[in-house]
Write a protein that binds this ligand. Sequence first.
Ligand code: PMP
Length: 396
Amino acid sequence: MPSETLDQFLQHNLQDLKDQGLYNEIDPVDGANGPEITINGQKLINLSSNNYLGLATDDRLKEVAKDAVNSHGVGAGAVRTINGTLDLHVKLEEKIAEFKGTEAAIAYQSGFNCNMAAISAVMDKNDAILSDALNHASIIDGCRLSKAKIIPFEHSNMDDLRQKAKEATESGQYNKVMVITDGVFSMDGDIAKLPEIVEIAEEFDLITYVDDAHGSGVLGKGAGTVKHFGLQDKIDFQMGTLSKAIGVVGGYVAGKQELIDWLKVRSRPFLFSTSLSPADVTASRKAIDLLMESTDLYDQMWENGNYLKAGLKELGFDIGQSETPITPCIIGDEKTTQQFSKRLNEEGVYAKAIVFPTVPRGTGRVRNMPTAAHTKDMLDKAIKIYEKVGKELGVI
Ligand code: PMP
């Protein structure tokens, strides 16, 4: 007989989380996820979305999405390999390849599922993956699913990566070895050291995989971290999402034609899960068009990011080492961080507390994601509220 029923498991684990203060209550947003949001009837300045360019609520995207629903319906009707590949999916993939400067691209239903799919389609139990210690959960899960040996290296520590790449390749134990990293790390806003990673990859013949969920739309005039460093020919997998700067939903890999051909026959969510809806792919394509036509939104996002950073820094907040608009406000201990976020919320700013285990103990922070859609007035109000709460809690 098993020693625990499902009910017992759920009751004691849920209670445990609640006792530790780790049970996350979810408050639904009433309406769109724009620069201001309404939660429980309260209007808040929203500094917690990944909607970097404000495209999630852009009228131009809404219009084409409506047209796509009218012409193609609301669902794709099948998985990609049966007859769920509509002309719209092909057009989106061509657009992504153009945007990323690669031969081809493949779209998936989400960024998370893209990492699970693409890593496990190429790597297997005879391989090894060198993975930055701060890589996203979907990378970790994709690596686990592949059954390859996972060898973490210290965050952005190139000596550690080189040493581990040397050991893994010289051991003769592995068929293939991959190095995988986020392009931009979302907790601190720092950028992966891609030129050094590429150098090490060339020295040891590693496969290179960059998850640019937070770099696409944000760096390289919008085209991402790989373009920012001019390394389009050096990265095998340029992975990204359609859910953050692009404002919609979905994930993709851009790369060589043969790689994409392989992923189309071997990645399981492509084979066994219904494809993105007509509205999603059409709105995403429009967003990429807009990014390729003009840097207006990109420039506005950077201006807003720099403005918020300067304002918080001037007040004496520790805003870490961010190299992107992501602006952490490092508070330190977990309780004060939670309290800080709660007080911001009560005063009219929605900025989530990020604490252990998402970030190391004692480095709790409130993370701000300024977007192109914020006005100066909203940012000024937010800075004032930060000042009030910061003084009240003795943080500044
Ligand atoms: N990779 C990274 C680095 C991410 O931050 C995220 C989203 N939090 C994902 C992948 C997953 O993307 P999506 O939300 O499109 O599933």
